[in-house]
Design a binder for this molecule. Structure first.
Ligand SMILES: NC(=O)c1ccc[n+]([C@@H]2O[C@H](COP(=O)([O-])OP(=O)(O)OC[C@H]3O[C@@H](n4cnc5c(N)ncnc54)[C@H](O)[C@@H]3O)[C@@H](O)[C@H]2O)c1
Length: 172
């Protein structure tokens, strides 16, 4: 797969978890990585030769200012990874607090897979690397003819979601 030499990659939520794994991966392949996070990503940015921006994606003014700073500093933005979000603490289905679950979905539509992480068709939890691999492909020159799409990186989880579980979660 093509390298990311000299590409400018911006990752929101890049200070920890999946975003951090992306930052390390792109940087290892030669990219200049900018981390935007509400938490502290300065040390990580320093470790990977990148830059850290204090960012709250819920704050439009702050978000615009960060994008403008990157534009001013680098004059380009090749790859944007929007990873910032909130997740529930680990729990079981039986102990799931539906009001918390609903709140998380409102904030992050893609978060539902977390609830069912232990029951994927492949029998294991997802790892940051699983998401990183898909992201690297979509950001690569090889994916240059892909202009949009939805790709499940969930070990078959949503493919096997029963109607009763989706009904319980979404109140249908
Ligand atoms: N880990 C999983 O199994 C899983 C599964 C499905 C979806 N997700 C979603 O993927 C995203 C990343 O998950 P993760 O496990 O890496 O979580 P994480 O908590 O490790 O990382 C999320 C990062 O986003 C940052 N962040 C939170 N709110 C922010 C805001 N308003 N502005 C800027 N930065 C903010 C946090 O400081 C943190 O560094 C989350 O939205 C999560 O819900 C995770």
């Amino acid at each position: 797969m093509s390298s990311f030499q000299d590409k400018l990659v911006f990752i929101t939520g890049g200070a920890s978890g999946i975003g951090k794994a992306m930052a390390e991966s792109f940087a290892a392949d030669g990219a200049r990585v900018c981390i935007g996070d509400i938490g502290d990503g300065a040390q990580l940015a320093s470790d990977i030769g990148g830059a850290y921006y204090k960012l709250d994606v819920a704050d439009e003014e702050n978000t615009r200012a960060v994008y403008q700073s990157i534009e001013d500093e680098y004059g380009k933005l090749d790859v944007i990874c929007l990873v910032a979000g909130v997740a529930l603490e680990d729990t079981t289905l039986e102990e799931l607090d539906m009001s918390k679950a609903r709140k998380m979905i409102d904030e992050d539509e893609s978060a539902e897979a977390r609830f069912f992480g232990g029951i994927t068709a492949l029998g294991r939890m997802g790892r940051p690397r699983d998401v990183v691999n898909m992201t690297r492909f979509l950001a690569s020159d090889e994916a240059g003819f892909i202009t949009g799409g939805e790709f499940a990186v969930d070990g078959g989880l949503t493919a096997g979601l029963s109607n009763s579980l989706t009904g319980a979660l979404w109140g249908e």
